[in-house]
Write a protein that binds this ligand. Structure first.
Ligand SMILES: Cc1cc2nc3c(=O)[nH]c(=O)nc-3n(C[C@H](O)[C@H](O)[C@H](O)COP(=O)(O)OP(=O)(O)OC[C@H]3O[C@@H](n4cnc5c(N)ncnc54)[C@H](O)[C@@H]3O)c2cc1C
Length: 146
């Protein structure tokens, strides 16, 4: 008689959900995990009452209602808005770039003024053959809409 229907290597999101769904369908699963905890890269450690992401911060986002309803059976979610900032020459700037960023950088107030300024900066930079990521980013700016 077989002992297990599935041997699942890794108790991260994929392995855990697979095991959960297969078990619900009457399958017998064995999950093996090399780390001393489940959860894989989304694992959090409780430190002084706070869930701290051990392997780097994770934010859950989906526009799929079915996924959202499914995931809510496992955990309670906080409402969180990701608003990163960048520091450049001791000044804080909104990320991703928006009109606040352009206003702070160049004093421009409208998307048209910002586009003109970006074009000006690009032609000043005169990059035809980008040599690094920064140059590549500058040379690609025209492809983005403000
Ligand atoms: C720093 C960071 C930030 C991230 N931020 C986000 C985010 O904000 N939003 C988002 O949606 N996604 C984010 N991700 C991606 C997300 O973590 C992964 O998509 C998700 O965790 C993948 O799940 P998984 O089960 O496929 O793999 P993992 O979580 O990697 O789980 C695999 C598990 O398998 C185990 N394992 C591997 N090999 C073996 C073996 N031979 N024997 C036994 N066990 C084994 C591992 O120890 C691990 O626990 C981020 C990832 C990182 C690293």
């Amino acid at each position: 008689m077989k002992k297990y229907d599935y041997l699942i290597v890794g108790a991260g999101l994929f392995g855990s959900i697979f095991a959960y769904e297969a078990t619900k369908r009457g399958k017998k699963c064995l999950v093996i995990e090399k780390r001393p905890h489940i959860g894989g890269n989304i694992y959090t450690e409780k430190i002084e009452g706070i869930n701290v992401h051990k392997y780097g911060a994770h934010i859950f986002h989906t526009s799929n209602e079915e996924v959202w309803n499914y995931i809510n059976q496992f955990a309670e979610f906080n409402n969180y808005i990701n608003s990163p900032v960048a520091i450049y020459k001791d000044e804080l700037y909104n990320m991703p770039f928006n009109m606040n960023t352009f206003n702070k950088l160049w004093g421009v107030k409208t998307p048209k003024e910002a586009k003109e300024k970006i074009e000006e900066e690009k032609s000043k930079a005169n990059i035809t053959n980008p040599k690094n990521l920064e140059e590549q980013a500058i040379s690609l700016v025209r492809k983005n809409n403000i």
